[in-house]
Ligand binder design. Structure first.
Ligand SMILES: [Zn+2]
Length: 217
């Protein structure tokens, strides 16, 4: 099998993302850079708990031609490729529907990043305008929002994309983005508590639920 260790790394990263609740079922996909020519990407519609290294697709980054792999590549391959082509420094891209950051993608407000998280997430997590999943239209919208210092994007009404120099850095961005989203949502609830004193008890319970969900992820 070509590039067995990279394909095994894709499987391991998918399991890690599933265990931590960032990939649910077959939702979510990722790309790892192998060298100047090749990338490895998750297969389309595959259960990550049963995925094998030979299911992982090897593609040429330039034209997304399949070099090896038993299954068709993820429908979001183009989304990952647009980041990889624009950012030679990026070795891993991850797309998830992770719960709290995806809630922020529904709200549609960019997230300002505290200085302590700039290295991992960039200064701002922008919102990429809505386009249907798996389309060149969505990939083009993301491509237009790629900058040298950005590592995370909210996809309006859909989910998120994070990237990093390697899989460890990209996974760290996924995790820190979820923490940032938790804080952003808690702050929104606190503002509503100020504005709606009559609903204060219910909002306080919701805020508590949100903050305690940290234990689960
Ligand atoms: Zn998606």
């Amino acid at each position: 099998m070509m590039h067995a260790s990279t394909r095994q790394a894709v499987v391991a990263l998918c399991l890690r993302l599933s265990e931590r609740g960032y990939f649910a079922g077959t939702g979510g996909n990722l790309m790892l850079r192998i060298d100047d020519v090749l990338v490895a990407v998750t297969p389309s519609a595959t259960d990550y708990l049963t995925m094998a290294p030979e299911d992982v697709c090897l593609l040429r980054l330039a034209d997304l031609g399949v070099v090896d792999g038993e299954r068709p590549p993820s429908v979001e391959t183009g989304l990952h490729a647009r980041v990889m082509r624009a950012r030679p420094d990026v070795g891993c891209t991850i797309h998830t529907h992770q719960p709290l950051a995806s809630a922020c993608a529904l709200i549609g407000e960019p997230l300002e990043v505290p200085r302590s998280q700039h290295a991992v997430l960039g200064r701002t997590v922008p919102v990429v305008g809505y386009a249907p999943s798996g389309t060149g239209w969505l990939a083009g919208k993301l491509a237009a929002a790629v900058r040298p210092d950005r590592q995370a994007w909210l996809l309006r009404n859909h989910g998120i994309v994070c990237c990093g120099r390697d899989s460890t850095a990209a996974l760290e961005a996924v995790e820190q983005l979820e923490q940032l989203a938790r804080g952003h949502l808690a702050a929104r609830i606190e503002r509503q508590m100020q504005q709606q004193p009559g609903s204060r008890a219910q909002l306080a319970a919701l805020r508590q639920l949100l903050l305690s969900s940290k234990e689960l992820s």
